[in-house]
Design a protein around this ligand. Structure first.
Ligand SMILES: NC(=O)c1ccc[n+]([C@@H]2O[C@H](COP(=O)([O-])OP(=O)(O)OC[C@H]3O[C@@H](n4cnc5c(N)ncnc54)[C@H](O)[C@@H]3O)[C@@H](O)[C@H]2O)c1
Length: 301
């Protein structure tokens, strides 16, 4: 068997939003280790600068651009920085975002806006700025968006977050079609890892603390797709590479020892009635449809 060449990103330039800590930090380090120059971003200046220094200390190329993603100005600043420092842009990974879980009756407008602005508007503005640059540059590009199991299933107390992550998956559907002719691929990773954000989920708080204390991730959690941030980073490196040129319009679950390809939505049951239905007719027919109603219970994590 012919030996496969290692996946390399030499000469490529990537932006990872929210890469001062957590998953984004692992993505930035892994992209740089594979040869890419990286624009590290975070709204927290200390962790952004520290990540860029860590990459440079390991012999890689990185700069920090400190801003809160959401606005068009931040997105333009990020793309502008990639071009001014490294001459081009090849990969935009829209990882940044905040979590403020609260049930519907308790969630405030401010909490909702913070989550939606960082995830939805941040993905929109950064995706748009990147594709404008890819079009100008020619030669394609990579958009790597970030979903969540919450966006696929919903999750208790996650109105803003689940809606945001579902919206990001909708952007994959739209953008992968719109940008195909530019040679741009658009995919979402649906990651799971033990991070500061995961620690806010009660069932994972203990596991995050154990891993932060240097312990291993229990095998049953890894099997369920929950591991370290480093477990998720290889998918970002792969999707950024020339090897993944044919992969677009996908949502890929990744974490621990698990890899998953998510299905696109499809109608679960279809029937027809000539002339359509009145409410009375629906009341009569609905019992016959009931066995096809879909469960929306999120699986236990
Ligand atoms: N941890 C998980 O299991 C998990 C699961 C599904 C999805 N995700 C997604 O992965 C991404 C990273 O999550 P994480 O667990 O590493 O979170 P984290 O909180 O550990 O790290 C997120 C980083 O983003 C930064 N950030 C937040 N809002 C920002 C903004 N507007 N602009 C710039 N930086 C901002 C934070 O300062 C922080 O450094 C998020 O999009 C999250 O929704 C995580």
């Amino acid at each position: 068997m012919r030996e496969r060449k290692p996946v390399r990103l030499d000469g490529k330039v990537a932006i990872v939003t929210g890469s001062g800590r957590g998953l984004g930090h692992a993505y930035a380090l892994a992209l740089a280790a594979a040869g890419a120059a990286v624009v590290v971003n975070d709204l927290d200046a200390d962790v952004a600068e520290k990540t860029a220094e860590e990459i440079r200390g390991a012999g890689g190329q990185a700069v920090a651009e400190v801003c809160a993603v959401g606005s068009a100005e931040s997105a333009d600043a990020l793309v502008g920085r990639a071009v001014s420092e490294f001459g081009r842009l090849d990969v935009m990974c829209t990882n940044a975002g905040a979590l403020r879980d609260r049930t519907l009756v308790k969630v405030t407008d401010e909490e909702f806006d913070l989550v939606v602005d960082s995830h939805v508007r941040g993905t929109f503005t950064c995706g748009r700025a990147a594709v404008r640059r890819f079009r100008e540059q020619g030669g394609g590009g990579r958009l790597i968006l970030v979903g969540s199991p919450a966006g696929q299933y919903g999750g208790f107390g996650q109105t803003a977050y689940a809606a945001s992550k579902a919206a990001i998956i909708a952007m994959v559907r739209v953008w992968s079609v719109e940008t195909a002719k530019l040679g741009v691929t658009v995919n979402a990773i649906v990651p799971t890892a033990l991070t500061r954000m995961a620690a806010t989920i009660p069932s994972l708080t203990e596991a995050v603390a154990a891993v932060e204390a240097g312990g291993p991730v229990p095998a049953d959690l890894r099997r369920r797709g929950i591991g370290t941030v480093e477990d998720v980073a290889p998918l970002v490196v792969y999707l950024s590479s020339d090897e993944a040129a044919g992969v677009t319009g996908q949502y890929l679950g990744f974490g621990g020892d698990k890899f998953a390809i998510w299905a696109h939505p499809k109608e679960a049951f279809v029937t027809h009635r000539d002339g359509g239905w009145s409410a009375d007719q629906l009341a009569e027919d609905f019992a016959g449809f009931a066995e096809h109603l879909q469960s929306h219970t999120p699986p236990g994590r």
